[in-house]
Unconditional design. Structure first.
Length: 181
C-alpha cells in the first residue's frame, strides 16, 4: 500500500504565511474572501452565507483533519495574521488538484502567485506528486496568468466544463497541468 502524501502544515513566503486552516481563521476568511460574492464569480460555489459555512470547510479540510485526509486547506495570511484567502489541494495517490482564491481587496498584488509558488516549490522539490492540475474559467484572465506563473501549462480547452454557481451557467475552462519529467 502506498504511503499517503501529506503536505506541510505551513509555508512562509516574503509577504505571506500559508497555514493549515484553523477554526480561528473562519471569521476573517468570511469577511475577506468566502463571504464576498465578487470573489466567487468564477467558482463552482456561491459565496458563503455565514462564517459558520467557512468554519465547516475548515473543520473538514483544515489542520484538525490534516493526517486523516486527502484534501488540504491552507489559509493565506498577511504578516499581521489577517486572513485574505484560501489555497486548496486535493490529493489522489500521486496526483493533485489545486484551487485558490484571494479576497477582492487584495487582488492585483501578486498574493495568489506568491502562495502558488510556495506550494509548487514543495510539490516539485519535496513531494512525491507526479502531477498537479486544475481547470480555470477562460474569462478569469488574472487566474490564468497565476497558473502560468506558478509553473502549470495550459493543456486543452474544456467546453462548458465549469458550472458557475453565481450565474448558474456553464462556461468553458482551460485545463492546466504540471507533470514531473
Amino acid at each position: 500500500m502506498a504511503i499517503p502524501i501529506i503536505p506541510p502544515l505551513s509555508f512562509a513566503t516574503p509577504r505571506l504565511t500559508l497555514q493549515a486552516a484553523r477554526p480561528e481563521h473562519a471569521e476573517s476568511l468570511f469577511e475577506a474572501y468566502t463571504g464576498r460574492p465578487e470573489a466567487a464569480l468564477y467558482l463552482q460555489r456561491r459565496e458563503h452565507s455565514s462564517p459558520a459555512q467557512t468554519l465547516a470547510v475548515i473543520e473538514t479540510w483544515g489542520a484538525g483533519k490534516w493526517l486523516d485526509n486527502k484534501r488540504f486547506a491552507w489559509t493565506i495570511l498577511l504578516p499581521e495574521g489577517k486572513a485574505i484567502g484560501l489555497f486548496l489541494m486535493l490529493i489522489d495517490n500521486t496526483s493533485a488538484e489545486i484551487h485558490y482564491g484571494i479576497g477582492t481587496a487584495h487582488w492585483g498584488h501578486g498574493f495568489a502567485t506568491e502562495a502558488g509558488k510556495a506550494v509548487m516549490s514543495w510539490v516539485i522539490n519535496e513531494s512525491g506528486l507526479s502531477d498537479v492540475a486544475t481547470c480555470c474559467a477562460t474569462q478569469h484572465i488574472a487566474s490564468l496568468k497565476v497558473l502560468e506563473k506558478i509553473g502549470l501549462a495550459r493543456i486543452k480547452l474544456l467546453p462548458a466544463h465549469i458550472q458557475l454557481a453565481a450565474t448558474g451557467l456553464a462556461t468553458d475552462g482551460w485545463l492546466y497541468r504540471w507533470t514531473r519529467s
